[in-house]
Design a protein around this ligand. Sequence first.
Ligand code: ZN
Length: 259
Amino acid sequence: MVLFSSFDSHCHLAQNFSEEHISALLSSNPYLHCLSVSTTLEDIQITQILSQKYHQQVFPAYGLHPWFLPNDMHQSEILIEQLNTVLRKEHSDMTAIGEIGLDFHPRISVNHDVQIYVFQQQLAFAAEYELPVSIHAVKSHPEVIKQLKAFPQVKGVIHGFYGSSELALSYTRLGFKLGVGPALFRNPEHNKLVQTVKSLHPEFFFYETDYPNTEILGIHSPADVLHVMQKVAELRNEPLESLHTLYRQQIGTLFHVKI
Ligand SMILES: [Zn+2]
């Protein structure tokens, strides 16, 4: 059911890439729009092709995700140079820089100094090219906040936000939005995000699926971003239409995208 246009503010169309699949997805949902974020240089190339082909529905974000960085500073510097070559050429056709950030979960073996260096460089690109960012922050909030404070002109979205209202406020005070996504459907009994979604003003919410990484949570397409919005409307006891109107304004302001 698509009553009006929707916008998935964080998904990975380049992953699981099959031209047929993407074409079927977008043509069967003509009112669906996606910010398609990248994780590697290879991903950027595919995202670029998709955003050119489906330019009315796919908005590109280019960036290096912390999970896929080399564990070596010198190689990371080379990677950053290669990214900058792409950004210098493409920045006027891009919607955002992402997915970038810090992941200090013990299962991620990438050295923290490398992660911080690459994150700082990409925030500096966001400042230079005047682009918003889509941020991955796992077990790293104090360091992410510290880095964001060094770039006060950079704004964006904390993707896949899962945390308390206090944490949410420390981001919104920096001018950041919270990416509300499938985490809302996790552990209905003790879900920190549910309280946050109920207590904060909805002007701070951007809606996302993180497709295709969230099939386990019942998300089978970026079009399911509407389920996320419906859930928020239900939790807040607010009409979906008013959330949608507010969201459209916010997307226009941050991403300069009109839907
Ligand atoms: Zn993602």
